[in-house]
Design a protein around this ligand. Sequence first.
Ligand code: M6R
Length: 357
Amino acid sequence: EKGTYPHYMLKEIDEQPLVMRKIIQAYQNDQNELTIDADILAAMDQSDRVYIVACGTSYHAGLVGKQFIEKLAGVPVEVHVASEFVYNMPLLSEKPLFIFISQSGETADSRAVLVEVKKLGHKALTITNVPGSTLSREADYTLLLHAGPEIAVASTKAYTAQIAVLSILSAVTAKAKGRELGFDLVTELGIVATAMEALCDQKEEMEEIAREFLATTRNCFFIGRSLDYYVGLEGALKLKEISYIQAEGFAGGELKHGTIALIEEGTPVIALSTQENVDLSIRGNVKEVAARGANPCIISMKGLETEEDRFVLPAVHEILTPLVSVIPLQLISYYAALHRDCDVDKPRNLAKSVTVE
Ligand code: M6R
């Protein structure tokens, strides 16, 4: 039930800190160490390449998951949109492991790939919010999201739960392989939960940003580099899905290869900067679009902030920034949809669970 909340989406955004804490608990053993089923660890260890397959928001979580698995566990990863993979299967490695990411566990496009993968005799792990769902039953292994039911069509808490579970899978695999992480993931995810709480308390600021940048615009761009680029893709999907504003996420460096032609006087450009190694480059991209009339809204992170920033996120570990940087984007989309009188929880033409190919 949505209780005192006007919409499920807002309730589900607010639940994210609690979901982080539930996930930490669910994946800890009696010694408070993070654990993953031994069979899954063995499958990760034996695989020479992981193929992540998903759709929509879950695909965006997969892009972040690729960085985690490659950087922490040292296993190469490819991320594929399920509906493309099924008709255009890439050349597979010798020992592939498939990871299906799906909130509902019922997405037909992903299931079609799983059916093919099983025919080829490969192993599959499903990361889902729904125990007993089709993708969970048909895969060899399952990791649960523990996010509680997600009712709003726009996925919010499932995205952050997927990223948190992928971080745990990567960290525990790294440990099993004897790789040094250099940080304590339980502590860092706890810091994330606290930062999420602080962000959920700043709704007025998000409403203001939505009013200022998005109340009447026809389009909006999200730019970022590295992890910020992936979060920008998710921000754009959220915005188009519920507010019907034409929105696109771009890698900052790609602007000059075409997209910058779309910038007009007043075009809103939401720029994320949470990664130290690309901070200067993305700020350079902001200057390029501003010089062509764009209205930039920079969202940065404590430690990287400058006077030109519109909003500064609390600091979290650099690899976990998507868990916090997505929250303002979710809230901005929510308020943009409200300002434009859209049906937030049930946007037109969309279903919560897409069970047709
Ligand atoms: O249940 P799934 O995670 O497999 O769903 C995949 C997409 O249909 C879903 O994430 C969709 O993109 C959301 N409505 C986005 O908010």
